[in-house]
Design a protein around this ligand. Structure first.
Ligand code: ZEM
Length: 290
């Protein structure tokens, strides 16, 4: 009978796909006194974002599925400078859970980092697959250029299927982390608590007086303490009359920001992932009893 109905149970692959254990393994990597502000959380959020932000809705190409950033040319795009740190950090997790795809790992890394740094719960579901070469890498230039303006932000994010409110909500991730001169050419963090997920990015945009930093580097803005920064694309959010109301709303209502960020970030990670109907994470709540 075994010959007809498949291998006997003992020989079947007995792998329990324990995503709780994966989440814990990622969470255990975050704290690192010697790195940046003491956490790898921010760069894991950036890895998830850049893995996904290559998505083009019109052609349904790019996006987190495939984990194409592991390969040249995408790994070498200027926008992805520094992200090898994050990919290398996650290698031991991949080694410990060989059944896990890189595409699921890179997105789940960002989800766990946001949650561990005090942010909202992000709806996430497994099911991405990995490409085995760089043939499927999207073209360079699909990620935003920080030196440009609101028109550019809309060109980039509308292409992924986002609206103005989602652009502002997603930008709130700049509460986290910092700029590195050797990666982007910019310097300094956006907030005084760069390892805590909060709405501080919006309160600072609203309340601080931002002026052009006087230096030889690319144009960036600094606060009165000269310790914090904003990119030209960050400033566009308070200069543009359609973006600004969302900045004001998120500055005064952190709960609304958390809710909108969770929805937009989940959508970002999901863009381009093939799903059968009802399989996407928003609909992944317990199925009705049969
Ligand atoms: Zn960022 N981002 N980003 N971003 N980003 C940087 C760092 C981080 C833009 C951008 O050019 C830059 C989103 C949107 C946009 C994070 C998350 C998200 C840096 C600094 C730049 C230049 C890189 C460096 O030097 O290390 C632009 C133009 C954006 C358009 C709106 C979105 C959306 C994000 C997530 C949802 C994070 C967490 C960092 C900090 C990384 C770190 O290493 O600390």
């Amino acid at each position: 009978l075994d010959g007809v109905f498949g291998a006997p149970p003992a020989q079947k692959e007995a792998v329990k796909r324990d995503y709780g254990a994966v989440r814990k393994a990622i969470a255990d990597l975050l704290e690192a006194d010697e790195y940046d502000d003491g956490s790898f959380g921010p760069i894991l959020v950036r890895l998830a974002w850049h893995s996904s932000g290559s998505y083009d809705k019109a052609t349904n190409s790019g996006g987190s599925n495939g984990a194409t950033m592991r390969f040249s040319p995408e790994s070498d795009y200027e926008a992805n400078a520094g992200l090898k740190v994050a990919r290398d950090l996650l290698e031991p997790v991949k080694a410990k859970f060989p059944w896990l795809t890189y595409a699921d790992l890179y997105t789940l890394g960002g989800v766990v980092a946001v949650e561990e740094m005090g942010g909202p719960t992000i709806p996430w579901k497994e099911g991405r697959s990995d490409m085995d070469s760089g043939n499927a890498c999207g073209p360079d230039g699909r990620l935003p250029d920080a030196s440009l303006d609101q028109k550019h932000l809309r060109d980039i994010f509308y292409r992924m299927g986002f609206n103005d409110q989602e652009i502002v909500a997603l930008s709130g991730a700049h509460a986290l982390g910092r700029c590195h001169a050797d990666r982007s050419g910019y310097v300094n963090p956006w907030t005084f608590a760069p390892t805590t997920f909060s709405n501080q990015y919006f309160t600072l945009l609203r309340d601080e007086k931002w002026s052009k930093k006087k230096w030889k580097g690319p144009l960036q803005y600094e606060d009165s303490s000269k310790q914090l920064m904003m990119l030209p694309t960050d400033m566009a959010l308070i200069w543009d009359k359609k973006f600004k109301p969302y900045v004001m709303e998120y500055a005064s209502d952190e709960e609304k920001f958390f809710k909108d960020f969770a929805a937009a970030f989940s959508k970002l990670l999901e863009n381009g992932v093939p799903r059968t109907q009802g399989e996407a994470p928003a609909a992944a709540s317990p199925a009705p009893a049969a």
